[in-house]
Design a protein. Structure first.
Length: 291
């Protein structure tokens, strides 16, 4: 009883005080290191341009919210925002739908070439994205010249591009999550009158909600912040936010306060979605990784 009271002898399994203080110092340092860029972005976005262009001031003396209004006039940010939402949202929906059916088939059925398929899907993640830039560009241009379907410079072409990046990892991740769901649930649903498709939609998909949410977040973030392919595969009408931020840099000057303000505005959908879906995301990533 005395060991549980305040001031009693320390438990032999308790870490030493020096370790606790070291952990606190390290965590504090990492927290400051992670939040420092956020503070620089926020403080710079609230400064006049002349205060941002010169020597950086850690404590702003003149604050203004004017940059948050100017960002919509300096470049067509609203159009870029709509393009990013359409491209990222469409790529996410297609990736999730295709990954759910593909992963369910691999997890529940045996067929010839199953192992080759799963290894091939995973092996696509070994290659850097820049390796596919020129081949995709040539494919889109040749398809446009041959069939008249404009993929280069269109939202559809960019959606297909992002789908090729997010789909393999999404399939592999959902395979692991579906494997962790007992097959007895499928069999019970089929006994009650559901077919394979009904069992998938009514039983397996609700049980795999955390994994599906994790795939949604991954696919959306992959498309939302991508710069390389968006800078090559788009034009002025289909440009996305990640590329549109370059419009705040001119030949004579860079509107740093507007860049920081626009960067914060661009980050809001991703941060808000992550905070709302955090518990599903952690559960989905953990289950898929463990499996």
């Amino acid at each position: 009883m005395s060991s549980t009271r305040r001031g009693g002898p320390r438990s032999p399994l308790a870490p030493p005080a020096s370790f606790l203080w070291t952990r606190r110092v390290v965590l504090t340092f990492l927290t400051v290191f992670a939040l420092l860029p956020v503070y620089v972005m926020i403080s710079s976005s609230l400064k006049p341009l002349q205060d941002v262009s010169g020597k950086f001031q850690w404590i702003p003396t003149d604050l203004t919210i004017r940059p948050y209004f100017d960002i919509w006039d300096t470049v067509p940010l609203a159009r870029y925002f709509v393009n990013s939402l359409i491209v990222a949202g469409s790529a996410t929906v297609l990736s999730v739908v295709i990954a759910v059916f593909s992963a369910y088939a691999v997890s529940r059925y045996r067929f010839r070439g199953k192992r080759v398929f799963t290894v091939t899907v995973l092996s696509t993640q070994m290659f850097p994205g820049i390796l596919f830039l020129l081949p995709l560009f040539l494919i889109f241009v040749n398809i446009g010249n041959t069939t008249g379907i404009a993929l280069y410079g269109s939202r559809g072409g960019l959606i297909l591009t992002y789908l090729t990046f997010s789909l393999p990892f999404s399939i592999w991740m959902l395979i692991g999550y579906f494997d962790s769901i007992p097959r007895d649930l499928d069999e019970a649903a089929m006994v009650d009158g559901c077919g394979a498709f009904g069992a998938l939609l009514r039983v397996v998909v609700p049980a795999a909600t955390p994994g599906i949410v994790a795939v949604c977040v991954y696919a959306f973030m992959t498309a939302w912040g991508e710069v390389l392919f968006a800078s090559v595969m788009t034009n002025d009408a289909t440009r996305t936010l990640a590329v549109g931020l370059q419009g705040y840099a001119t030949q004579n000057d860079v509107y740093w306060n507007q860049v920081m303000a626009a960067s914060l505005v661009v980050s809001v959908p991703v941060v808000a979605g992550f905070l709302l879906l955090q518990r599903y995301l952690v559960a989905g990533l953990t289950a898929g990784a463990v499996k």
